[in-house]
Design a protein around this ligand. Structure first.
Ligand SMILES: [Zn+2]
Length: 76
């Protein structure tokens, strides 16, 4: 009888990126955002510099996630 506990291989495959370089559509400041590995879709996050709301779109292209940041308040 063996006690097989703790193979310890849960999570952390490190294959997908979670940090993306973005540029604020309001103030133009470059920055980074963290997106959870399983997140796809649209979310809202405030700019750390000017506090305006970003609309962040997370999609897949060619098996790679990409992030697109646009203005979240509907103005152009
Ligand atoms: Zn900003």
């Amino acid at each position: 009888m063996r006690d097989r506990s703790g193979d310890g291989e849960d999570g952390g495959d490190g294959a997908s990126s979670t940090t993306f370089a973005v540029t604020c559509p309001y103030c133009g400041e470059p920055g980074e955002i963290y997106i959870e590995p399983d997140v796809i879709g649209t979310l809202v996050q405030d700019c750390e510099v000017c506090c305006n709301p970003w609309q962040v779109r997370v999609g897949y292209d060619d098996g790679e996630r990409y992030v697109e940041v646009t203005r979240g308040d509907g103005s152009d």
